[in-house]
Design a protein around this ligand. Sequence first.
Ligand code: DAH
Length: 345
Amino acid sequence: MDKLNILLDSTLSALKKLTTLTTLSDLETKTIGRKGELTEILKTLKDLPEDQRKEFGQAANETKKTLETAFAEKRSELETIEMNKKLETETCDITEPGIKPKVGSVHPLSKVQWEVENIFSQMGFSIMDGPEIESEYYNFEGLNIPSYHPARDMQDTFFIDKQADEKHGRLVLRTHTSPVQVRTMQKYGAPLRIIVPGRVFRYEATDASHDTTFDQVEGLLVDKNISLAHLKGVLEEFLTRLFGKKVTVRFRPGYFPFVEPGLEVDFSCLLCEGKGCRVCKHSGWLEFMGAGMVHENVLKAGGIDPSVYQGWAFGFGLTRLVMMRYGIDDIRLLKSSDPRFLQQF
Ligand code: DAH
Protein backbone atom coordinates (compact mmCIF):
# COMPACT_ATOMS: atom_id res chain seq x y z
CA MET A 1 0.00 0.00 0.00
CA ASP A 2 2.83 2.36 0.79
CA LYS A 3 4.39 1.67 -2.54
CA LEU A 4 1.10 2.47 -4.26
CA ASN A 5 0.79 5.77 -2.39
CA ILE A 6 4.37 6.73 -3.16
CA LEU A 7 3.84 5.96 -6.84
CA LEU A 8 0.64 8.02 -6.87
CA ASP A 9 2.12 11.05 -5.16
CA SER A 10 5.41 11.11 -7.00
CA THR A 11 3.73 10.65 -10.36
CA LEU A 12 1.17 13.39 -9.74
CA SER A 13 3.83 15.85 -8.67
CA ALA A 14 6.09 14.93 -11.64
CA LEU A 15 3.11 15.34 -13.93
CA LYS A 16 2.51 18.90 -12.73
CA LYS A 17 5.97 19.95 -13.81
CA LEU A 18 5.79 18.49 -17.34
CA THR A 19 5.74 20.88 -20.27
CA THR A 20 5.88 18.67 -23.39
CA LEU A 21 3.80 15.86 -24.87
CA THR A 22 6.84 13.61 -25.39
CA THR A 23 7.94 13.74 -21.76
CA LEU A 24 4.30 13.10 -20.82
CA SER A 25 4.23 9.92 -22.89
CA ASP A 26 7.55 8.80 -21.38
CA LEU A 27 6.25 9.23 -17.85
CA GLU A 28 3.02 7.45 -18.69
CA THR A 29 4.89 4.41 -20.04
CA LYS A 30 7.21 4.37 -17.04
CA THR A 31 4.40 4.42 -14.45
CA ILE A 32 1.16 2.93 -15.73
CA GLY A 33 2.45 1.41 -18.98
CA ARG A 34 2.25 -2.34 -19.60
CA LYS A 35 5.73 -2.92 -18.18
CA GLY A 36 5.60 0.08 -15.83
CA GLU A 37 6.00 0.54 -12.08
CA LEU A 38 2.36 -0.17 -11.25
CA THR A 39 2.60 -3.56 -12.97
CA GLU A 40 5.74 -4.30 -10.94
CA ILE A 41 3.92 -3.47 -7.68
CA LEU A 42 0.97 -5.69 -8.73
CA LYS A 43 3.33 -8.65 -9.08
CA THR A 44 3.62 -8.69 -5.25
CA LEU A 45 -0.12 -9.43 -5.01
CA LYS A 46 0.46 -13.17 -5.04
CA ASP A 47 2.76 -12.95 -1.97
CA LEU A 48 0.01 -11.36 0.18
CA PRO A 49 -2.20 -13.37 2.52
CA GLU A 50 -5.53 -14.22 0.91
CA ASP A 51 -7.64 -11.78 2.97
CA GLN A 52 -5.54 -8.74 1.99
CA ARG A 53 -5.49 -9.43 -1.72
CA LYS A 54 -8.91 -8.01 -2.51
CA GLU A 55 -8.27 -4.73 -0.72
CA PHE A 56 -4.88 -4.32 -2.35
CA GLY A 57 -6.28 -5.11 -5.76
CA GLN A 58 -8.98 -2.45 -5.40
CA ALA A 59 -6.47 0.13 -4.20
CA ALA A 60 -4.22 -0.61 -7.17
CA ASN A 61 -7.13 -0.22 -9.56
CA GLU A 62 -8.09 3.10 -8.10
CA THR A 63 -4.52 4.35 -8.28
CA LYS A 64 -4.47 3.38 -11.91
CA LYS A 65 -7.75 5.15 -12.68
CA THR A 66 -6.67 8.31 -10.85
CA LEU A 67 -3.41 8.38 -12.77
CA GLU A 68 -5.09 7.69 -16.10
CA THR A 69 -7.45 10.62 -15.57
CA ALA A 70 -4.58 12.85 -14.52
CA PHE A 71 -2.57 11.90 -17.62
CA ALA A 72 -5.56 12.52 -19.92
CA GLU A 73 -6.18 15.95 -18.41
CA LYS A 74 -2.55 16.94 -18.63
CA ARG A 75 -2.38 15.67 -22.22
CA SER A 76 -5.30 17.82 -23.39
CA GLU A 77 -3.84 20.81 -21.53
CA LEU A 78 -0.46 20.39 -23.26
CA GLU A 79 -2.13 19.82 -26.64
CA THR A 80 -3.98 23.10 -26.34
CA ILE A 81 -0.79 24.92 -25.45
CA GLU A 82 1.10 23.42 -28.39
CA MET A 83 -1.73 24.20 -30.80
CA ASN A 84 -1.82 27.82 -29.66
CA LYS A 85 1.93 28.08 -30.08
CA LYS A 86 1.62 26.72 -33.63
CA LEU A 87 -1.14 29.19 -34.47
CA GLU A 88 1.06 32.05 -33.26
CA THR A 89 4.20 31.06 -35.12
CA GLU A 90 2.92 29.44 -38.34
CA THR A 91 1.19 31.45 -41.02
CA CYS A 92 -0.95 30.38 -43.91
CA ASP A 93 -1.38 32.73 -46.86
CA ILE A 94 -4.76 31.82 -48.26
CA THR A 95 -4.27 34.22 -51.17
CA GLU A 96 -1.22 32.31 -52.46
CA PRO A 97 -1.89 30.75 -55.88
CA GLY A 98 -2.16 26.94 -55.87
CA ILE A 99 0.12 24.46 -57.63
CA LYS A 100 -1.36 23.77 -61.05
CA PRO A 101 -1.60 20.06 -61.88
CA LYS A 102 -0.19 19.13 -65.28
CA VAL A 103 -3.00 18.35 -67.69
CA GLY A 104 -2.47 15.97 -70.60
CA SER A 105 -3.99 16.42 -74.04
CA VAL A 106 -5.49 14.17 -76.68
CA HIS A 107 -2.90 13.10 -79.27
CA PRO A 108 -3.53 14.75 -82.66
CA LEU A 109 -3.72 11.32 -84.31
CA SER A 110 -6.51 10.27 -81.93
CA LYS A 111 -8.32 13.56 -82.41
CA VAL A 112 -8.46 13.25 -86.19
CA GLN A 113 -9.20 9.51 -85.97
CA TRP A 114 -12.25 10.24 -83.82
CA GLU A 115 -13.45 12.87 -86.28
CA VAL A 116 -13.04 10.44 -89.18
CA GLU A 117 -14.90 7.74 -87.24
CA ASN A 118 -17.74 10.13 -86.43
CA ILE A 119 -18.26 11.20 -90.01
CA PHE A 120 -18.22 7.65 -91.41
CA SER A 121 -20.45 6.36 -88.58
CA GLN A 122 -23.02 8.96 -89.59
CA MET A 123 -22.90 7.56 -93.11
CA GLY A 124 -23.64 4.05 -91.84
CA PHE A 125 -20.11 2.63 -91.73
CA SER A 126 -19.01 0.34 -88.89
CA ILE A 127 -15.57 0.74 -87.34
CA MET A 128 -13.44 -2.40 -87.46
CA ASP A 129 -10.14 -3.50 -85.93
CA GLY A 130 -7.69 -6.14 -87.07
CA PRO A 131 -4.46 -7.66 -85.80
CA GLU A 132 -1.21 -5.70 -86.20
CA ILE A 133 0.65 -9.01 -86.39
CA GLU A 134 -0.89 -10.50 -89.51
CA SER A 135 -0.40 -13.60 -91.63
CA GLU A 136 1.16 -13.43 -95.08
CA TYR A 137 -2.14 -14.75 -96.37
CA TYR A 138 -4.30 -11.85 -95.19
CA ASN A 139 -1.63 -9.22 -95.78
CA PHE A 140 -0.83 -10.40 -99.35
CA GLU A 141 -2.43 -13.46 -100.99
CA GLY A 142 -5.98 -12.79 -99.89
CA LEU A 143 -5.57 -9.34 -101.42
CA ASN A 144 -4.43 -10.75 -104.76
CA ILE A 145 -0.84 -9.66 -104.16
CA PRO A 146 1.32 -12.33 -105.87
CA SER A 147 4.55 -13.63 -104.36
CA TYR A 148 6.66 -11.72 -106.91
CA HIS A 149 5.17 -8.34 -105.95
CA PRO A 150 7.84 -5.94 -104.59
CA ALA A 151 5.86 -5.45 -101.37
CA ARG A 152 6.59 -9.09 -100.56
CA ASP A 153 10.29 -8.24 -100.45
CA MET A 154 12.23 -8.39 -97.20
CA GLN A 155 13.29 -4.80 -97.89
CA ASP A 156 9.78 -3.48 -97.41
CA THR A 157 8.15 -5.73 -94.84
CA PHE A 158 8.96 -6.82 -91.30
CA PHE A 159 8.73 -10.60 -91.28
CA ILE A 160 8.36 -12.44 -88.01
CA ASP A 161 10.34 -15.64 -87.65
CA LYS A 162 7.27 -17.77 -87.15
CA GLN A 163 4.52 -19.43 -89.17
CA ALA A 164 0.91 -18.31 -88.73
CA ASP A 165 -0.22 -21.82 -89.64
CA GLU A 166 0.04 -24.20 -92.65
CA LYS A 167 -2.52 -22.31 -94.70
CA HIS A 168 -1.69 -18.70 -93.87
CA GLY A 169 2.10 -18.64 -94.22
CA ARG A 170 4.53 -16.65 -92.13
CA LEU A 171 3.66 -13.85 -89.74
CA VAL A 172 4.35 -10.24 -90.70
CA LEU A 173 3.73 -6.83 -89.19
CA ARG A 174 0.87 -5.71 -91.40
CA THR A 175 2.04 -3.27 -94.05
CA HIS A 176 -1.44 -1.81 -94.56
CA THR A 177 -4.95 -1.97 -93.08
CA SER A 178 -6.26 -3.74 -96.20
CA PRO A 179 -6.08 -7.28 -94.69
CA VAL A 180 -9.07 -6.35 -92.53
CA GLN A 181 -11.13 -6.25 -95.76
CA VAL A 182 -10.97 -10.03 -96.23
CA ARG A 183 -11.23 -10.76 -92.50
CA THR A 184 -14.43 -8.73 -92.25
CA MET A 185 -16.00 -10.16 -95.41
CA GLN A 186 -15.35 -13.67 -94.06
CA LYS A 187 -16.90 -12.79 -90.73
CA TYR A 188 -19.94 -10.75 -91.75
CA GLY A 189 -20.53 -11.39 -95.46
CA ALA A 190 -22.32 -8.89 -97.73
CA PRO A 191 -23.63 -6.19 -97.68
CA LEU A 192 -20.90 -4.41 -95.77
CA ARG A 193 -19.81 -0.88 -94.96
CA ILE A 194 -16.71 -0.50 -92.81
CA ILE A 195 -13.75 1.69 -92.06
CA VAL A 196 -10.61 0.38 -90.37
CA PRO A 197 -8.31 2.86 -88.66
CA GLY A 198 -5.06 1.36 -87.43
CA ARG A 199 -1.31 1.19 -87.22
CA VAL A 200 0.79 -0.26 -90.03
CA PHE A 201 4.50 -1.01 -90.33
CA ARG A 202 7.11 -0.73 -93.09
CA TYR A 203 10.77 -1.65 -93.07
CA GLU A 204 11.96 1.76 -94.07
CA ALA A 205 14.75 4.26 -93.45
CA THR A 206 13.21 7.07 -91.40
CA ASP A 207 13.31 10.74 -92.31
CA ALA A 208 11.00 13.74 -92.00
CA SER A 209 8.34 12.09 -94.17
CA HIS A 210 8.94 8.33 -93.56
CA ASP A 211 8.53 6.31 -90.40
CA THR A 212 8.46 2.57 -89.75
CA THR A 213 5.13 2.95 -87.97
CA PHE A 214 2.25 5.07 -89.17
CA ASP A 215 -1.55 5.08 -89.25
CA GLN A 216 -3.94 4.33 -92.07
CA VAL A 217 -7.69 4.23 -92.55
CA GLU A 218 -9.13 1.56 -94.81
CA GLY A 219 -12.63 1.78 -96.25
CA LEU A 220 -14.74 -0.97 -97.78
CA LEU A 221 -18.27 -1.00 -99.12
CA VAL A 222 -19.85 -4.12 -100.60
CA ASP A 223 -23.42 -4.22 -101.89
CA LYS A 224 -25.48 -4.73 -105.04
CA ASN A 225 -25.21 -2.27 -107.97
CA ILE A 226 -22.31 -0.35 -106.50
CA SER A 227 -20.20 1.97 -108.66
CA LEU A 228 -17.35 4.46 -108.35
CA ALA A 229 -19.94 7.26 -108.34
CA HIS A 230 -20.86 6.17 -104.81
CA LEU A 231 -17.20 6.30 -103.83
CA LYS A 232 -16.84 9.82 -105.16
CA GLY A 233 -19.96 10.97 -103.33
CA VAL A 234 -18.87 9.41 -100.04
CA LEU A 235 -15.34 10.82 -100.26
CA GLU A 236 -16.45 14.36 -101.13
CA GLU A 237 -18.97 14.31 -98.31
CA PHE A 238 -16.34 12.97 -95.90
CA LEU A 239 -13.68 15.55 -96.79
CA THR A 240 -16.14 18.45 -96.90
CA ARG A 241 -17.33 17.59 -93.39
CA LEU A 242 -13.80 16.97 -92.12
CA PHE A 243 -12.41 20.29 -93.33
CA GLY A 244 -15.62 22.28 -92.89
CA LYS A 245 -15.56 23.59 -96.46
CA LYS A 246 -16.48 22.34 -99.90
CA VAL A 247 -13.86 19.88 -101.12
CA THR A 248 -13.89 18.17 -104.53
CA VAL A 249 -12.25 14.89 -105.44
CA ARG A 250 -10.65 13.69 -108.66
CA PHE A 251 -9.81 10.15 -109.76
CA ARG A 252 -6.72 9.17 -111.74
CA PRO A 253 -5.88 5.64 -112.88
CA GLY A 254 -3.59 3.80 -110.46
CA TYR A 255 -2.47 0.24 -109.84
CA PHE A 256 -3.12 -1.83 -106.74
CA PRO A 257 -3.48 -5.62 -107.10
CA PHE A 258 -6.60 -5.76 -104.92
CA VAL A 259 -8.72 -3.40 -107.03
CA GLU A 260 -9.78 -3.33 -110.66
CA PRO A 261 -9.99 -0.67 -111.91
CA GLY A 262 -7.57 0.96 -109.47
CA LEU A 263 -7.41 4.66 -108.70
CA GLU A 264 -5.32 7.39 -107.21
CA VAL A 265 -7.57 9.90 -105.48
CA ASP A 266 -6.69 13.58 -105.11
CA PHE A 267 -8.69 16.33 -103.45
CA SER A 268 -8.79 20.03 -104.21
CA CYS A 269 -6.10 22.04 -102.41
CA LEU A 270 -7.51 23.56 -99.24
CA LEU A 271 -5.26 26.57 -99.30
CA CYS A 272 -5.79 27.86 -102.85
CA GLU A 273 -9.04 25.99 -103.53
CA GLY A 274 -7.72 24.65 -106.81
CA LYS A 275 -6.06 27.77 -108.19
CA GLY A 276 -2.53 26.51 -107.55
CA CYS A 277 -0.09 27.38 -104.76
CA ARG A 278 3.11 26.20 -103.09
CA VAL A 279 1.32 23.61 -100.93
CA CYS A 280 -0.15 21.79 -103.95
CA LYS A 281 2.93 22.44 -106.11
CA HIS A 282 0.77 24.64 -108.35
CA SER A 283 -1.43 21.75 -109.47
CA GLY A 284 -4.52 22.68 -107.42
CA TRP A 285 -4.71 19.07 -106.15
CA LEU A 286 -3.35 17.10 -103.19
CA GLU A 287 -2.61 13.38 -103.52
CA PHE A 288 -4.68 11.61 -100.93
CA MET A 289 -5.20 7.88 -101.32
CA GLY A 290 -5.50 4.68 -103.26
CA ALA A 291 -8.87 3.19 -104.12
CA GLY A 292 -10.80 1.18 -106.67
CA MET A 293 -13.44 -1.45 -107.31
CA VAL A 294 -12.69 -4.50 -105.17
CA HIS A 295 -11.00 -7.19 -107.31
CA GLU A 296 -13.14 -10.28 -107.74
CA ASN A 297 -10.36 -12.47 -106.32
CA VAL A 298 -10.57 -10.44 -103.11
CA LEU A 299 -14.36 -10.81 -102.94
CA LYS A 300 -13.91 -14.55 -103.46
CA ALA A 301 -11.27 -14.72 -100.72
CA GLY A 302 -13.85 -13.06 -98.48
CA GLY A 303 -16.45 -15.68 -99.43
CA ILE A 304 -18.58 -13.25 -101.42
CA ASP A 305 -20.01 -14.07 -104.86
CA PRO A 306 -18.69 -11.43 -107.33
CA SER A 307 -21.55 -12.13 -109.76
CA VAL A 308 -24.02 -10.83 -107.16
CA TYR A 309 -22.05 -8.21 -105.24
CA GLN A 310 -19.63 -5.42 -106.12
CA GLY A 311 -17.74 -3.08 -103.89
CA TRP A 312 -15.13 -0.40 -103.64
CA ALA A 313 -12.30 0.09 -101.23
CA PHE A 314 -9.93 2.86 -100.31
CA GLY A 315 -6.96 3.37 -98.06
CA PHE A 316 -5.41 6.63 -96.90
CA GLY A 317 -2.69 7.70 -94.51
CA LEU A 318 -4.22 9.08 -91.34
CA THR A 319 -0.75 10.22 -90.35
CA ARG A 320 -0.43 12.27 -93.53
CA LEU A 321 -3.88 13.76 -93.01
CA VAL A 322 -2.92 14.85 -89.49
CA MET A 323 0.32 16.37 -90.76
CA MET A 324 -1.60 18.29 -93.43
CA ARG A 325 -4.29 19.43 -91.02
CA TYR A 326 -1.87 20.84 -88.42
CA GLY A 327 1.07 21.76 -90.66
CA ILE A 328 3.41 19.24 -88.98
CA ASP A 329 6.56 18.97 -91.09
CA ASP A 330 8.28 15.99 -89.42
CA ILE A 331 6.47 12.66 -89.10
CA ARG A 332 8.79 11.53 -86.29
CA LEU A 333 7.31 14.12 -83.93
CA LEU A 334 4.05 12.15 -83.83
CA LYS A 335 5.59 9.16 -82.02
CA SER A 336 8.19 11.17 -80.10
CA SER A 337 6.15 11.51 -76.86
CA ASP A 338 7.71 14.96 -76.55
CA PRO A 339 5.45 17.12 -74.34
CA ARG A 340 6.65 20.30 -76.08
CA PHE A 341 5.06 18.92 -79.23
CA LEU A 342 2.01 17.26 -77.68
CA GLN A 343 0.96 20.23 -75.55
CA GLN A 344 0.24 22.23 -78.69
CA PHE A 345 -2.93 20.26 -79.41
N1 DAH B 1 -3.20 -0.62 -99.06
C1 DAH B 1 -2.71 0.44 -99.91
C2 DAH B 1 -1.41 0.98 -99.35
O1 DAH B 1 -1.09 0.75 -98.22
C3 DAH B 1 -3.71 1.56 -99.99
C4 DAH B 1 -4.95 1.17 -100.73
C5 DAH B 1 -5.02 1.33 -102.11
C6 DAH B 1 -6.02 0.63 -100.07
C7 DAH B 1 -6.14 0.99 -102.81
C8 DAH B 1 -7.18 0.25 -100.77
C9 DAH B 1 -7.22 0.45 -102.16
O2 DAH B 1 -8.23 -0.26 -100.15
O3 DAH B 1 -8.34 0.11 -102.82
O4 DAH B 1 -0.71 1.67 -100.03
